[in-house]
Design a protein around this ligand. Structure first.
Ligand SMILES: [Zn+2]
Ligand SMILES: [Zn+2]
Length: 640
């Protein structure tokens, strides 16, 4: 850089500084808090799936604002891809309220509601002209027919909403206090994680962010069970659309065991009461778990009475309840207050979600819902998943976190190669948590653990930190903060570990970690049939269609593509049911004719079969485990 450029940049910097301070003053004038913001939610025609929202705003007395912008979030916290909730907004209108004493009867008030001019200024924002007025009302309808922790559903059975998908905020006024009034259909009852009394219809929230952190269920027939742990009140709300098989009482008892195990690790939670909102959708499609400050939404696609659904529910409960501390309060620095105009990027989702996944599984063991074998089998499956994924060698845990908006349920209009290039921060972070925990336990002879790292983090960044914003107590952490705290608690330098396994893509040091506990990791060729790099689209039930072609595989060498419909193998017709069995009749080096249908043409090509590419991993007990190693293992499993 030469001197002239440097000097002109310096001058530019001075001008920009001046402009920045000027605009800060003018926006501070514009953005003095609104006198009041009131949301009214109604649902007069459930079959239409249209929620009706009214927002009443009273401006400050001397507000110079000539317009107010009402904005629909592009995404909502806990799910990191952009969904553009504005796509379901319709019939946005604005009115003012002019009231004056009646000339014929001065003790009465005469009010008019003339419409205000509205201009839509981008894909998520409606601008209302407020020149010279003090009070205005906007209303709009928003369509919702997805039962999910991210979206909302209104139908003849219930209303279930995630606030971010139905409520607009007033731009620059997210920090202002808001009031919410809900008018349910006759006979429907409201429940959420902020109930002060049974028939409550009105809530006051310190700000918009907390209002949309309160998912709400409104229906005539949800059930309510309650328990207490350490003086805190817990409610299990269940809305079942299928047969429960008499399992609900046992489910509530097991949820209580999970609450006891997790509060035993963390200490008492900050709230007085917490609500599990659980749906059994019985539609084989809807499934989700979403964390909130004093509640969680859990949606299972099956019916509670069906095989496997009970265990899946407890898995989600153990994960979501752990978020009470990790994510909702102890959080990455980027997590709130939120910018809803673009996706949020953090390198820390492997901590926020991955380590939560790890503890979700450990806590099932500590709660007595799993035995040691079940836990080790689950962790072995996660290792098998990650170590066989081609993306493991290309994408680090931090890169995966930064890619969340592409990975976390993101809709893709164009084809991507993410199946070959990405890994999820959930299982990868789970394994980092596992290895880190065992290494800290091993190196400190059981004096410290990842439990302690998490408690230290919670203390430093939540309980003891001054508020960094209006949003929530404490401040967020960076991954460097986590590295420092883990190194301090563990008493050894973790910079190499972070460089190689968290910011890099090297295989985690499983052998070292398991050895501390008298365990070892066995690796053998997978029993599952060889697939030559072809991933089948199992959702397409009436054809044998290629969903994924693994990079560098025999399938890619043969020129196969995503979307190809496989017709025959070795000149014999094949189906979804017999394809993998047919392929397994051949051996490495065989040349097998394959024909596929692509764009109305039939293409013949040859698969040259390669070596087996999948391995299965199994955590096993070492026969020569010492009493010390066994003691460390017992402490890990029981949470000592
Ligand atoms: Zn419901
Ligand atoms: Zn989670």
């Amino acid at each position: 850089m030469n001197r002239f450029v440097r000097e002109s940049l310096l001058r530019l910097a001075i001008v920009l500084t001046f402009l920045a301070s000027f605009s800060a003053i003018s926006s501070a004038q514009q953005d003095q808090p609104l006198r009041s913001v009131t949301y009214r939610l109604s649902m007069p025609r459930p079959v239409s799936h249209l929620f009706e929202v009214v927002i009443e705003v009273e401006l400050a007395k001397d507000s110079p604002a000539s317009s107010l912008d009402f904005q629909m979030p592009k995404w909502s916290p806990g799910r990191y891809s952009v969904f553009d909730f504005a796509r379901n907004v319709q019939e946005f209108k604005a009115f003012t309220l002019n009231c004056s004493p009646r000339s014929d009867a001065p003790s009465s008030i005469n009010c008019q509601v003339p419409p205000l001019s509205v201009a839509r200024i981008d894909d998520q924002t409606w601008r209302v002209d407020t020149q010279g007025i003090r009070r205005l009302t906007v209303n709009y309808k928003v369509f919702g027919n997805d039962l999910s922790g991210t979206f909302s559903q209104l139908d003849s059975r219930h209303a279930n909403y995630n606030g971010g998908s139905i409520f607009m905020y007033v731009v620059n006024h997210k920090p202002d206090p808001v009031k919410l009034l809900i008018e349910p259909p006759t006979g429907w009852r409201i429940i959420n994680g902020r109930m002060d009394r049974a028939d409550q219809r009105e809530w006051q929230f310190p700000n918009y962010d907390l209002m949309i952190d309160t998912p709400t269920e409104i229906a005539p027939d949800w059930t309510d069970e309650q328990f207490e742990v350490d003086g805190k009140h817990y409610r299990v709300i269940v809305h079942s659309f299928g047969d429960e098989g008499g399992k609900r009482p046992a489910l509530v008892r097991d949820i209580e065991k999970i609450v006891r195990a997790e509060t035993a690790m963390w200490g008492p939670p900050e709230f007085d009461s917490y609500t599990f909102l659980i749906h059994f959708a019985a539609d084989d499609i809807s499934g989700d778990g979403m964390e909130h400050l004093t509640s969680t939404q859990i949606i299972e696609p099956g019916a509670l009475g069906e095989e496997g659904v009970y265990g899946d529910t407890l898995d989600t409960v153990a994960h979501e309840f752990f978020h009470v501390w990790n994510v909702k309060r102890l959080r990455p620095v980027e997590f709130g207050p939120w910018d809803f105009t673009r996706s949020v990027s953090t390198r820390g989702l492997w901590i926020a979600e991955g380590i939560t996944n790890y503890y979700g599984h450990i806590m099932r063991r500590r709660a007595g819902l799993w035995d040691d074998t079940a836990l080790l089998r689950r962790e072995s499956q996660t290792i098998t998943e990650i170590e066989n994924a081609p993306g493991s060698h290309l994408m680090s845990a931090e890169d995966s976190s930064l890619s969340a908006s592409f990975l976390d349920g993101a809709p893709h209009a164009q084809r991507t190669n993410l199946a070959n290039t990405s890994i999820s921060y959930y299982p990868k972070g789970e394994l980092i948590g596992l290895v880190l925990d065992l290494m800290i336990r091993g190196k400190t002879s059981g004096k410290a653990s990842l439990d302690e790292v998490m408690r230290h983090m919670y203390d430093e960044f939540y309980l003891q930190s001054p508020n960094a914003s209006y949003y929530l107590r404490g401040r967020g952490y960076t991954t460097e903060d986590f590295e420092r705290v883990a190194s301090e608690v563990g008493g050894f330098d973790l910079s190499g570990f972070f460089r190689r396994y968290i910011r890099g893509v090297e295989m985690l040091p499983y052998d070292e970690a398991f050895a501390y506990l008298g365990l070892h990791l066995a690796r053998e060729q997978a029993r599952q049939p060889y697939n030559a790099g072809i991933g089948i689209d199992w959702d397409k039930t009436n054809s044998l269609t290629v969903a994924v072609v693994r990079n560098g595989s025999p399938a890619e060498d043969a020129g196969l593509q995503e979307g190809d419909e496989i017709i025959s193998l070795g000149r014999k017709n094949v189906t979804r049911e017999n394809f993998l069995v047919s392929l397994s009749r051949y051996k490495q080096g065989d040349r097998v004719a394959i024909s596929v249908k692509r764009n109305r043409r039939t293409i013949q090509t040859t698969l040259v079969l390669g070596p087996p590419e999948r391995f299965e991993y199994r955590i096993e007990e070492r026969k020569d485990a010492t009493p010390e190693q066994k003691a460390l293992r017992a402490a890990w499993l029981k949470g000592a």
